[in-house]
Design a protein around this ligand. Sequence first.
Ligand SMILES: CC(C)(COP(=O)(O)OP(=O)(O)OC[C@H]1O[C@@H](n2cnc3c(N)ncnc32)[C@H](O)[C@@H]1OP(=O)(O)O)[C@@H](O)C(=O)NCCC(=O)NCCS
Length: 185
Amino acid sequence: MKEPIIYFENYLLRPVQIEDANDMYEYGSDLETVKFLSWGPYMDVTEAHGSIKQFFLKRPQRGLPIGYAIVDLKLNKMIGTIDFHTIISDGVAEIGFCLNKAYWKKGIMTKALHQILQVGFYYHGFKKIVIGHANQNTGSKRVIEKNKFIFDYVDNEKYYNRFTGQNEPSSWYYLTREDFIKNEF
Ligand SMILES: CC(C)(COP(=O)(O)OP(=O)(O)OC[C@H]1O[C@@H](n2cnc3c(N)ncnc32)[C@H](O)[C@@H]1OP(=O)(O)O)[C@@H](O)C(=O)NCCC(=O)NCCS
């Protein structure tokens, strides 16, 4: 059985595909968007193409879940990604996300994360999902908190800021399947 395709409001969550390269380049070439990420800014659309081919499309081969694209249904435009990019240990996955700046602060990632947590816990059967953010990344912090992740610890070494050349503090959270289900009702 394939991972589900999900509709919420005017948006669609479906697997990332090679045709998303232009849209991924649009937000991946923006410095503010990639400020806290480990990749980008893309200088050319071929980099987005390469990252889709090399990372997203190879996920199943590597035993990882597919990466989801967030699509604006009105414009049929890919506006971001959300995915379980790392399996940390048996039943424990780490999730990450990125959204086109034109769509920030509309509640989209908070809702997308809720949908993908359902996929993680109910479809993949993960027992725990973890997530982290650079302490300065207020938007990411809020999305995580609004999805009722439990704060775990601050790490001063794990996050390397490529732009300052420093290790900077990042905060780490987890959510168990039991707590997710409890929060649902
Ligand atoms: C972080 C990110 C995913 C947030 O997505 P979003 O769809 O704008 O988030 P939401 O609209 O669901 O916002 C949730 C809350 O965070 C707040 N928020 C979002 N971005 C914010 C920002 N840059 N600064 C301060 N608050 C912010 C919203 O106002 C909202 O707050 P409220 O509900 O208390 O009013 C988006 O800014 C992004 O893609 N950033 C670049 C990539 C990135 O940093 N990814 C995370 C790596 S850990």
